[in-house]
Structure formats: C-alpha cells, structure tokens
Design a protein around this ligand. Sequence first.
Ligand SMILES: [Zn+2]
Length: 345
Amino acid sequence: MPFADIPGDATARLAEYFRNAIRAGRLHHAFLFCGPRGVGKQAFAFAVVKALCCTSATVDFCGACRSCRLVDSGNHADVWSLARAENKRDIPIDDVREMIRRLAVAPIEGAVRALVIEEAERLNHYAQNCLLKTLEEPPAGTHIFLLSANPSGLTDTIRSRSQRIHFAPLAPDKLAQILAERYNMECGAARSLARLAGGSLGLALEYAQADASGMARAVADSFALLGRGETGALEKILADPLKGDLKAEERRTALAMRIELVSLVLGDLLRLMWIEDESVLRCPGASGALGALRPHLKSEQVEETIRLAADARANLAANVNPKLIVSSLVEDLGFILGEPAIGSP
Ligand SMILES: [Zn+2]
C-alpha cells in the first residue's frame, strides 16, 4: 500500500513533501506530528518509516516486501515504537534510555533507524530531557517521530528541535465516503459515524466497534431523564464497563469513551441552544431528546456540565477510582440538568 492509498487530500500533499525530502536525501531527523486522536498521525509516521526502509519501491513503500511487512508487524530490527505502558501515567526515563541505547547501534537491515513515540506528551520531564541530546545530535540515518494530541505537554526545547506537522480531521462527507467505500459501511451509518467522530477516521472505527452512535442517543435520552430527577439510566451507561470482567485498562478505555460521548452530547445541547440548527450537531439522532431539555436550561448550566465532564476525563487519566468518577459525574449532572425539575409541579 503506497502513500497514494492513505485517505485525505491533505495527506496527499504531505506525502508529496515527504517523497521529495526522501528523494533529495534531506529528510529532517525529528518530527512532531500533532493533531487530535485518530486522525492518522501514527499511520502516516509508519508510512514514512516504510518508505525509508522499503526494498521494493523508491521514495514510497510497497507494503509487501520483507522490510514493509517487518515494519507492519512491529518486528523490524531497526524500527522501534515507544508508548506508555498499560496502567502507567507516563513514559519513564528508563524507556527513553533503552531506545537511545538501541539507536546508537549500527542498523541491521539497512541504513536507516527510526523511533516512533506515541502520546509523546506522556514522556515525563526527565524522559524529555534525556531525549533532548539525541534530538539535537541524532546518530546518522536516524529519524524520530513524536506523535501528540497535546503538544503543549512537551517542553519548548523538544518542540523547537522537531519539525512540526499538523494533522487535521477529514471533512465529515469525505470520511463518510471512506467508511462506506473502504469499510463497507451502510451510507446512513457511515454519515452518522463520520459526524460523531468529527472527521477522525481512527475515532470513527473505534466508535463503530462500540456502537457509539446508539450509545450517544442513549446518553441524550438519559439526560432527558435527569431532567426529571432520574439518574439510573446515565449511571447504567457509564458504569456498565466497570461491571464485566474487563482488564483495568480496558475498563478505563471503555469508560473514557462513554464520558467522551457525554461531553459530545452536552456540546450538541449547547450548539442547539446557540444556533438552533440540527445540521451542526455531532449526534443528529439526539436532537429530539435534547430539544425537549433545551427550553428548561440556561447555557451557563450546560457549560458547567461540559466542564464537569472534562474534569471526569482528566480524573480518569490521573488514575482516580473509576467508580468514584461515575458516581460524582452522575450526581453532579443530575443536580444541574435536574435543577429545573426542582419546584416544578
Ligand atoms: Zn516495501
């Protein structure tokens, strides 16, 4: 699969830039790929790595040669990726030291070594400092790709030594077309998912697996119930992944998605209050339930609920007990969204 098969017009321009740089032998040694989750930063970084290592194509990759297959399977002897370990908040200095040690050894397969660091903002302060010297003076033929949805978590020195490239989401119509054509999704479902995922292909695929469109509608219905003082439905949606026999990390991931959907539907409620146009909604299927709730609320109340959902996500990332997060979020949202019910006949 060459660069041309990676979806998106912006990606095509980016691919051209990288092809030219590789052809001219002046590819920068350190890149910072920024952009929201699921917009293809990781896929593109590995595409560049494959183009550097491919033994079949020149300044592109074939996806089929031994080298491309080794990169795809994570077994290429000169290509490494570094990510936060499950249940860990950050990437420690020891992991970075180990990678620097590997980069110092001569390449085994060819002339290129590459390191891809996912969620680079998770490198802790010591790890970032440790990486700095290698970013400034990398061994010959070494390319480092830092991927981040939150580059403000990286030090100024790391950012200034990397070439920054921004990855934007696709237009929802374009993403819907890709979901329908490449992933055989029914057109209506593809359109809903594309809007819900805000144009992010990775997020749309995650959402498809979890039936997030249906879940978002259920969240909106549960808000309408909160308005009547009933908290059970929202609690059930949020607490559901905590009851099964999932691993701790899987529980957090499933809960994080549910809280994300809560934020998203609350955002729709606010958009509906401001603009009164259903075409701007991320979850159009929620418009009925939200429309019923809207007349009873002020926008300040909804803004407060969005802040609470953001706090819940931050607490989850900071390893706060998930049950505690669910119960306080449900209680707080119930209090605010249920406020108009107090004193009503
Ligand atoms: Zn190849």
